[in-house]
Design a protein around this ligand. Sequence first.
Ligand SMILES: Nc1ncnc2c1ncn2[C@@H]1O[C@H](COP(=O)(O)OP(=O)(O)O)[C@@H](O)[C@H]1O
Ligand SMILES: [Mg+2]
Length: 236
Amino acid sequence: MLKIENLKVNYGGIEAVKGISFEVPDKSIVTLIGANGAGKSTTLRSIVGLVKPSAGSSITLDGEELIGLDTTQVVSKGIALVPEGRHVFPDMTVLENIKIGAYLRNDSLEDDINWVYSLFPRLKERSWQLSGTLSGGEQQMLAVARALMSHPRILMMDEPSLGLAPLIVKDLFSIIKEINKKGVTVLLIEQNANMALHTADIGYVLETGRITLSGAGKELLADESVKAAYLGKKKN
Ligand SMILES: Nc1ncnc2c1ncn2[C@@H]1O[C@H](COP(=O)(O)OP(=O)(O)O)[C@@H](O)[C@H]1O
Ligand SMILES: [Mg+2]
């Protein structure tokens, strides 16, 4: 299991993450929801070694400390990040983008390519198309497919629903569930609290760098303060 303890991150003098602790049990879907600027991306970037947490922070995978490892080392431990904004290579084909996700592997990719094509049939249809010509939804699917090619134990996604039409978001979240059913642990960062909490086993609410609430996804959906702040429903 992935365990975050007392994670603190400073940018210059600003403390973006103020000592948060949470756990991602194996095979679960965990979500961290919060408004813009809450510290969600900073948390994910800390896990994959893209930002350096303050002293006293700890991020362990099965008890092994990850802080101090570089991103390639973290990926090789089985953690993959689908970054915010997708970042597919626009001048490369769909298939080339998918293969890039396997850059740390030297075994046969065929079964995995078939698997991601079965999850995302539209990518299969478009396998020779330049990725820059895909729709936003298709690019998001491609970013997920690419991440899966590293064979992650834990798939982390930074706001996958951002900018996508509601129907596409629904599709995407049902595919996330399917990926999880295959045994991949999922850590999902979202402003779309409604979809995220419907999908996740466990949710955490992040507010200006602090976790203010946690519980089962369904519990948080029913929580009055979550409804008021994140689900666009008034307290009664
Ligand atoms: N590279 C950076 N340099 C300085 N401040 C940053 C940087 N990245 C993020 N921040 C600040 O840290 C806080 C948390 O940002 P972020 O983790 O991106 O939040 P979220 O992903 O929840 O929107 C914000 O106040 C943001 O402005
Ligand atoms: Mg963010």
